[in-house]
Design a protein around this ligand. Structure first.
Ligand code: SF4
Ligand code: SF4
Length: 266
């Protein structure tokens, strides 16, 4: 039987998701032996521009060059998989999205006009092309990518996680750090899959797996943290850290900012 052809690519990001694949030490060679690897940007300079069964793309679209590359990859693959938060929603690069225009940022930081550099507002892949599957994380979890790849090899689509970190916290019987320690945990609105790593260590979740798609109740998270005594600006910054491009967070933080400005609070 012919092996599926795959390519693993990077746009704007830290390369951490490809590194997690490389970190599958014990399974990696066996796993890759089931595929014909045509590109693996972080592992090899070999890059064969051919039709692909699956393209894994990490990183956000933050430049016109990156967008062109994404469109070129989409044009020659059957399945496109967004690998990690940058490829899903822009991640930390997008934390200042909607705060000021790109032109304003370029003027403030570099003293130049917007089109001087090859830049775009950082966005996930789905803002520009069809994405068939998203694997969250900053970086992705080793087990999750392993599970996704083996499911795809069997012709199945891996299930998407649509419940929060709190569920894993409860399953592990970890004490809630909001209740016990008044910490500003984002577990209630963050996509599970890390086995509640941070609360398990007595730390609050900073939301690194991104907000749960179409299920995030950012308003209630905000109210909860306001009740705990955190100020609006602190919470807004925290929500934007990994969720700057998520509609509900944009809407909520900009509405409240306007209200606070009117009342003279910010
Ligand atoms: S510690 Fe965080 S993740 Fe765990 S139950 Fe409390 S709010 Fe949820
Ligand atoms: S920050 Fe939250 S989502 Fe990220 S590893 Fe910690 S608990 Fe999991």
């Amino acid at each position: 039987m012919e092996k599926p052809k795959i390519g693993i690519f990077s746009l704007t990001g830290c390369g951490g998701d490809q590194l997690m694949i490389l970190n599958l030490e014990d399974e990696l060679l066996k796993l890759l032996s089931y595929f014909e690897v045509k590109s693996f940007q972080e592992a090899s300079s070999y890059d064969e521009k051919t039709e692909l069964d699956i393209a894994f793309v990490e990183g956000s679209v933050s430049t016109k060059t990156g967008l062109k590359r994404l469109e070129e990859i989409r044009g020659r693959c059957k399945l496109l998989i967004a690998l990690g938060d940058c490829a899903i929603g822009g991640c930390v690069q997008a934390m200042r999205s909607q705060q000021m225009s790109l032109a304003e940022k370029m003027r403030k930081v570099y003293g130049v006009e917007e089109n001087y550099y090859d830049v775009l507002e950082p966005k996930g892949l789905a803002a520009y092309v069809k994405v068939d599957l998203e694997i969250p994380g900053c970086p992705i979890e080793k087990n999750e990518i392993l599970h996704a790849i083996t499911s795809l090899l069997h012709g199945d689509s891996p299930e998407t996680i649509d419940y929060p970190v709190c569920v894993e916290c409860k399953l592990n019987e970890y004490p809630c750090v909001i209740i016990e320690k008044s910490m500003p945990c984002l577990g209630p609105i963050t996509t599970a899959g890390c086995n509640a790593r941070c609360p398990g260590l007595g730390l609050d979740c900073i939301g690194c797996r991104g907000p749960i798609k179409d299920e995030t109740n950012a308003t209630e998270e905000l109210n909860l943290l306001l009740e705990k005594g955190f100020d609006f600006q602190y919470i807004a910054n925290r929500l934007r850290f990994f969720g700057g491009n998520f509609d509900e967070i944009i809407k909520l933080t900009s509405e409240l900012k306007k209200k606070a400005e009117k009342e003279g609070g910010i």
